[in-house]
Design a protein around this ligand. Structure first.
Ligand code: GTP
Ligand code: SPV
Ligand code: MN
Length: 600
């Protein structure tokens, strides 16, 4: 084989993989328009892609993935370290030797009859010293065109790589798409990823969860920074001052929506700038603050629920040059999903069949997605390509909790905030296979994405905070409280600005809160409800602290955290004990009602 590139390490690796996987052709991707057009032409010819209505959706395509390959498969995702103890109880572990005998053979001749694409990509802005290079070898042209949107792909990455050996090697093959022969293996020690048997999302776009979270989190542990499942936004106030916030919510719990929020007319003068919608790399800066970059260059967003009212910025972002995966299509070939109103009479569902209006099945898959360039987002931050990133003033955790967890509250300090993140739990969603709507603990929204022992991870969080002279304030939010008829109590979406505003004011030492055992909770007056159709009683319910309920919750938290054994930092056990004691004291005073507390 002739050398594909002058970089020896890259060339040797590609040769080794090509010898074993036996592709018909090897193609090094340059990321050019011409290359992209050629790939799309090929995929239109073989049915991998379909054209969408060029008048309403120019440059947009539909891809239907295999019906058994529509979400991340966490039970088939492994961390492969020599020592099992390094991965911890929250990860699936496979010994590297076992991976070599069980998984590597699945790549043998896997690319016969296919093209092996070499996809170099840069994670982070071109000018940033914190950006990192990855290379994905894949036999899926769909993966290539998605990687071109999601990352800075092609020449730009090769230029950054030069003759360095320092890049994350991701090997991906569709294999035969049989879930029985599907594995997503991570080798943090050698910075390698092997993914076989899936062509979908986080299983196959190896830059995303595999590199930017699982591998990068271990790099962050070793180098003193954090790789997190977080959106990044800038909130500009009417005075023109912008405050940057990072927020971790589990998959399909509202990151993209919050990152692109457009405030309602009743709160004039506020504006949200989108820096990122899924992943943040956070580093202590020389000024003692925490600085964040978004390593990605596009959005792989949940389609259902997205519309002109809930997320107009997303609708504008995906109006052109967007790949839609597993959505339904109308008769005139426009993409369609639940949340866009009444389903039109003639509709083709995500499987490509005529939609049966009598069925209870959704027409679009609940985890159907759009892949769109960040540059197309009307609210993209002017700091999107900033080398140093943006300084973070607040970190927010949140999940889907139908009861107990208030709309918003603030941690007493960093240590308490780390416990708050460790306590995060949420109902499961369609973003991963398995039952949805089941409450599960998901520390920092990183349960499926932390590449090492979760106990060590929590200790790392504590350490990072201790070294910041100006740590971000930490908050928890819950947009998903439900009422007696199972309806959402809080309108959410654009109205979440009211909570963001309270958060920003708190970081500046303004705005009212009551100190309760669980932390600082907004007073009912502190959340601006002008123009909002939510009764006072509902606001009170949303901000109520139920001491009995929290005591029960903490017993579950304690049991969960015990799983991390002696790697659970003692400081967190102490924080948990303190919280328990504060709750007990409150229960004595006023059980299960709003806790009387001091205004702060
Ligand atoms: P991943 O890409 O999987 O990491 O998801 P995400 O966290 O970016 O979630 P996203 O913003 O795509 O929202 C997921 C689903 O939750 C969509 O169907 C949204 O319409 C819905 N959603 C988002 N924000 C809110 C909210 O404030 N209230 C309610 N009720 N639903 C919301
Ligand atoms: C998530 O599941 O959190 C996603 C989609 O953002 S995926 O790329 O499949 O991980
Ligand atoms: Mn995500």
């Amino acid at each position: 084989m002739t050398a594909i590139h002058k970089n020896r390490a890259l060339n040797n690796w590609v040769e080794e993989v090509a010898r074993y996987t036996n592709p018909d052709r090897v193609h090094l991707c340059d990321g050019s328009d011409a290359e992209n057009a050629e790939l799309i032409k090929q995929m239109l010819a073989d049915g991998t892609l379909e054209t969408l209505n060029p008048e309403t959706h120019p440059g947009c395509y539909l891809h239907r993935s295999h019906p058994s390959d529509v979400a991340r498969t966490e039970h088939l995702t492994f961390i492969c370290t020599e020592n099992q103890a390094d991965t911890g109880p929250s990860n699936n572990w496979m010994a590297p030797d076992e991976a070599r005998t069980r998984v590597w053979p699945l790549f043998e001749n896997a690319m016969r009859g296919r093209t092996l694409y070499v996809v170099p990509y840069l994670m982070g802005p071109e000018s940033s010293p914190y950006s990192k290079v990855g290379v994905e070898i894949t036999d899926s042209p769909y993966v290539v065109v998605n990687m071109r949107v999601m990352t800075r792909m092609g020449e730009i990455a090769l230029k950054r790589l030069g003759d360095s050996e320092d890049f994350v090697k991701g090997l991906h093959s569709l294999g035969d798409l049989d879930p029985e022969r599907r594995f997503i293996c991570h080798f943090p020690q050698t910075k390698e990823i092997w993914s076989v048997g899936s062509g979908y999302g986080g299983n196959a776009l190896l830059s995303k969860k595999c590199f930017a979270l699982r591998i990068a989190s271990t790099q962050g542990r070793d180098e003193g920074w954090l790789a997190e499942h977080m959106l990044i936004l800038g909130l500009e106030d009417p005075q023109g001052h912008t405050t940057y916030i990072a927020a971790a919510f589990p998959s399909a719990c509202g990151k993209t929506n919050l990152a692109m929020l457009i405030p309602p007319g009743s709160l004039p003068g506020y504006k949200v700038w989108t820096v990122g919608d899924d992943i943040a790399w956070l580093r202590p800066g020389p000024d003692g603050r925490l600085w964040a970059i978004n390593p990605e260059n596009g959005f792989f967003g949940v389609a259902p629920g997205t519309n002109k009212e809930t997320n107009p910025n997303a609708m504008a972002t995906i109006a052109k040059n967007t790949i839609f995966t597993n959505v339904a299509i109308t008769q005139d070939r426009q993409p369609w999903w639940e949340g866009l109103g009444k389903p039109p009479e003639a509709l083709t569902n995500w499987r490509g069949q005529a939609y049966d209006h009598a069925s209870n099945e959704p027409a679009a898959h609940p985890n159907s997605r759009f892949t769109a360039p960040a540059s197309q987002c009307p609210g993209i931050s002017p700091k999107f390509n900033e080398a140093q990133g943006v300084p973070i003033s607040a970190i927010i955790f949140g999940g889907r909790r139908p009861s107990l967890v208030p709309l918003a509250y603030q941690a007493l300090n960093w240590r308490h905030g780390v416990l708050m993140g460790a306590m995060l739990s949420s109902e499961t969603t369609a973003a991963a296979t398995g039952k949805t709507g089941v409450l599960r603990r998901d520390p920092m929204a990183m349960l499926p994405f932390c590449g090492y022992h979760m106990g060590d991870y929590l200790a790392h969080w504590l350490r990072v905070g201790e070294n910041l002279s100006h740590p971000p304030a930490i908050f928890n939010v819950n947009w998903f409280r439900r009422g007696a008829n199972n309806e959402f109590l809080w309108p959410g979406y654009g109205e979440n600005i009211r909570v963001l505003r309270w958060i920003v004011e708190r970081t500046r030492g303004q705005s009212r809160a009551t100190e309760t055992p669980i932390g600082y909770v907004p007073t009912t007056e502190a959340i601006d409800t002008r123009g909002l159709n939510v009764s006072n009683a509902v606001i009170q319910e949303l901000l109520r602290v139920d001491a009995n309920g929290w005591s029960t919750e903490l017993r579950d938290v304690e049991e969960y955290l015990q799983r991390f054994g002696d790697r659970l930092p003692y400081a967190l056990e102490e924080e948990l004990n303190n919280l328990q004691r504060r709750l007990e004291a409150a229960e004595h005073r006023s059980p299960s009602t709003r806790i009387s507390a001091t205004l702060v």
